[in-house]
Write a protein that binds this ligand. Sequence first.
Ligand SMILES: Cc1cc2nc3c(=O)[nH]c(=O)nc-3n(C[C@H](O)[C@H](O)[C@H](O)COP(=O)(O)OP(=O)(O)OC[C@H]3O[C@@H](n4cnc5c(N)ncnc54)[C@H](O)[C@@H]3O)c2cc1C
Length: 437
Amino acid sequence: MKKVTVVGAGLAGCEATWQLISKGIMVDLIEMRPSKKTPAHTSGEFAELVCSNSLRSNALTNGVGLLKAEMRLFDSLIMKVADECSLPSGSALAVDREVFAKRITSILHEHPLVNIINKEQDVIIDEPMIIATGPLTSDKMTKVIGNYVDNDFLYFYDAVAPIIIKDSIDFSIAYYKSRYDKGGDDYINLPLNKEQFFAFYHELINAKTIKLHDFEKEIFFEGCMPIEEIARRGIKTMLFGPLKPVGLKQEGKESPYAVVQLRQDNAVASLYNMVGFQTHLTYGEQQRVFKMIPGLQNAEFARLGVMHRNTYLNSPSCLRNTYQSNKRDNLFFAGQITGVEGYVESAASGLLAGINMALSVQNKELFVLPNTTMLGAMANYITNADPSNFQPMNANFGIMRLLVDTDKRSRKEAYANQSLSILKDYVKIWNDTNKGF
Ligand SMILES: Cc1cc2nc3c(=O)[nH]c(=O)nc-3n(C[C@H](O)[C@H](O)[C@H](O)COP(=O)(O)OP(=O)(O)OC[C@H]3O[C@@H](n4cnc5c(N)ncnc54)[C@H](O)[C@@H]3O)c2cc1C
């Protein structure tokens, strides 16, 4: 019988394990907790949700909602248990986190094909292995992975400004221009008059922020200061920083009092990030306050800003879109360490890595999912993004490709229908894949 080693029993590691054992493959599942803790986990249970108990939207017309539906097609363990432990929360999927973690732990503990090993892994073995050690990978393993991928390709913090889907920007207000016209029309500019600026400033400094863990406080360094901290330093500080208006006047219009700039974020120019807007505001507050910026009143955020400890790979330089290492066919990475961001995204990458590892040990063709599906779009984004400016990514429609030209109102539904229909063929292949050998 074939055996795979999975390191890390978080969301990705548990999902990968489930996919492997569903095909009769034995798994050594190595987890260091509870004997060695991380700075954020509080229990020894598997798949612990370290912060919110929400797995975000469950709606098919939302990127992460579609991702959940795709995972359910592949009989995802994380989705199955989340659905069983769900709590009332409107169109979102929130869970009782203790019941959720305990149930996943007991399912894997009791499974005859899973051998649980409680230790801190500190070596990459030559045998088939999936590394899913998460954003808080232990120091020893971080060093080992750093050596393996070349240290330049491993990062420790994630300080990301919100990223906006271009289609949702109001271009009757927004305009293309580079400062003093140096560099072509590289930026989208959002002008504010004096009154709009002060209203925005006031809401920004009074908005709710996320409480920092002690281990995260060190990320407040000058080059990466959150926008709300810059604002708190003085009423006009932002006008000399990210909202500087000079060189951005439009022909025939009044000089703006302040300008927010958006920079292109992906090759197909469907996503734009807010320059200098890394932030600690809660997700709800980011949506509320940033939509006050003229032109963003209907903005859809591909991802919101975060600043937190996050160990992750420069995946465009080290991974294939099968989640395999560039250097070796039988070494996979999964979860947040690959540069996907979020509970569901981490579990989803574990699902695809687990499936592909199972196919690989059975000498079958691996799934290279297209970016017309959300599972494929995530894998393709993290492995094809610009390696010189790689930032983790959430599931969103901005990274997907739509095959049919559809009007804006029915576009989200079209993304979902397209993806679920394309994946049916892959589900059939997967279901027909023999157990064992
Ligand atoms: C502080 C914090 C808060 C977050 N809050 C949210 C949130 O609210 N919503 C959201 O969607 N996402 C959130 N995330 C992002 C992310 O989605 C989660 O961290 C998610 O749990 C990642 O899944 P994972 O499987 O990749 O890693 P994890 O779930 O962290 O699992 C990794 C596992 O590997 C183990 N491990 C680490 N090193 C070793 C080793 N050397 N040997 C053996 N085991 C090891 C760990 O103990 C852990 O159990 C947060 C991240 C952090 C750091």
